[in-house]
Design a protein around this ligand. Structure first.
Ligand code: LLP
Length: 429
């Protein structure tokens, strides 16, 4: 992403400082120190609203994928917009409830749901369990029967569609651990349909993340519709189709489809089919909603120019933002202030203080840097804080939500002693 190109609701003020809505990055760091994650409420709302608009009058539900950014402040903004949620642990469900979200509008995905998690979700009145294996289906049936409840379920089918994204975040291929092979789903649906403690409510599929082309979504929708027909022939009627998340965003030079293109690709398949015309479409977007809304603000601690490589050592590290280290992701990094005209442009390795060579936020970035400069890693609203750790005993960053001129601290920086608060010295003998 060229330096001049900023995500919506990010801009430069008269003196060239980066602004998030009406608040400058400098003001935020003055109050909250660095590194700090900052999110724009308007950006989150506008992404959600773009999806809503693309559905128009069509029945749908947008289940925000909580894993992308699970701060209860963000979940609350989305709950107020009427979002449902895609969760993958009981912990995420508990967060949704703490944020004022409705468990009845949640779908529970994930290949390894424990018995406690299934019980907890049924007690909370989960909207739908997305089942990922025959063994899990059996476990859900047993638990629901013991609780004298009826569990609403969908099978998460694996349509064997290549999402053409990074192998770690591609989920819809035969070789992936996710879902039930679409060709093996029919007998399981028949079994579930006949089971008194299960209610078949839908079909679910999610083929991967950071997709930059709509055709895999279309292919997956076609395969799901094909299964829906085979179910209908056997008298199994559905109440929804869940077509997952995965819409990509622009980090540097990607050209992802717009919200309307994604929804249109799905609708071109589903709306054309008389069986599904009235059926609500559910989707599970995470990155598209939270990603462009957030930036990680970080300060340059030291510059270490070298003959072969020049390093800018910043105060954020792979523990704060893991994507570059884990996937080799390129994320745009911009100066949050205006560089004075007398500086030389150099090419910098943007690295953190962690004792690993893999601790980098960006390679070979052309920037006019000086010690003490404030930088912003853009597109960091999704899979940023939610993947953060305390490696090297680094407290996790603060998180703030900007709403116009107002800044809400939605998570304070972790106090150092909280990092070992659950630890104990061994009892002396
Ligand atoms: N639904 C299910 C079942 C998922 O597994 C995921 C993401 C989503 C929805 C949301 O996908 P999205 O709309 O955000 O693409 N940490 C990686 C991404 C991992 C995605 C895992 N599943 C990254 O930083 O790129």
């Amino acid at each position: 992403m060229p330096q001049s190109e900023l995500p919506p609701f990010f801009s430069r003020n008269d003196v060239g400082d980066l602004q998030i809505e009406q608040v400058s990055a400098g003001e935020i760091v003055e109050h909250f120190d660095s590194p700090t994650y900052v999110y724009s409420r308007a950006a989150i709302e506008s992404a959600f609203n773009a999806l809503t608009a693309a559905f128009g009058e069509r029945a749908h539900r947008i289940c925000y994928a909580v894993k992308a950014n699970s701060n209860i402040g963000i979940l609350n903004v989305l709950a107020r917009l009427g979002a449902g949620f895609d969760i993958v642990s009981y912990g995420e469900l508990a967060r949704v409830m703490a944020a004022g979200g409705d468990p009845g509008r949640c779908v529970f995905s994930g290949v390894g749901k424990s018995a406690d998690e299934i019980r907890g979700a049924l007690e909370a009145g989960i909207g739908c369990l997305n089942v990922e294996s025959e063994a899990e289906l059996q476990r859900i049936a047993d638990i629901a029967a013991a609780m004298q409840q009826i569990a609403p379920i969908s099978l998460r089918v694996n349509p064997d569609v290549d999402a053409r994204t990074h192998p770690y975040i591609s989920t819809g291929l035969k070789d992936n651990k996710f879902g039930i092979a679409i060709d093996e789903a029919l007998p399981l649906y028949e079994w579930a349909h006949a089971h008194p403690a299960l209610e078949v409510t839908g079909i679910d599929c999610h083929i991967g993340s950071q997709l930059t082309d709509v055709s895999p979504f279309r292919d997956a929708a076609e395969r799901v519709m094909n299964l829906a027909h085979r179910l209908a022939e056997r008298g199994i009627t559905l109440q929804h189709l869940d077509l997952g998340g995965g819409l990509g965003i622009r980090y540097t030079d990607e050209t992802p489809p717009a919200a309307a293109d994604w929804i249109e690709a799905i609708r071109s398949v589903v709306d054309a089919d008389p069986l599904a015309r009235e059926l609500p479409i559910w989707i599970e977007p995470g990155r598209f909603i939270a990603g462009p809304a957030g930036a990680l603000l970080t300060r340059v601690e030291y510059l270490k120019p070298g003959e072969h490589k020049s390093f800018a050592i910043v105060d954020a590290a792979m523990n704060d933002l893991m994507r570059p280290a884990l996937y080799g992701s390129d994320m745009a990094i911009v100066l949050a202030g205006q560089a004075p005209g007398d500086r030389d442009m150099d090419t910098w390795e943007i690295v953190g203080p962690i004792c690993e060579t893999g601790d980098f936020l960006g390679h070979g970035r052309a920037l006019e840097l000086a010690q003490g400069d404030l930088l912003a890693v853009l597109g960091a609203g999704a899979y940023g804080f939610s993947m953060a750790s305390n490696y090297n005993t680094r407290p996790r960053a603060a998180e703030v939500l900007v709403d116009g001129h107002t800044v809400h601290e939605i998570r304070r920086r972790e106090p150092l002693d909280s990092l070992w608060a659950l630890e104990q010295l061994p009892v002396a003998d």
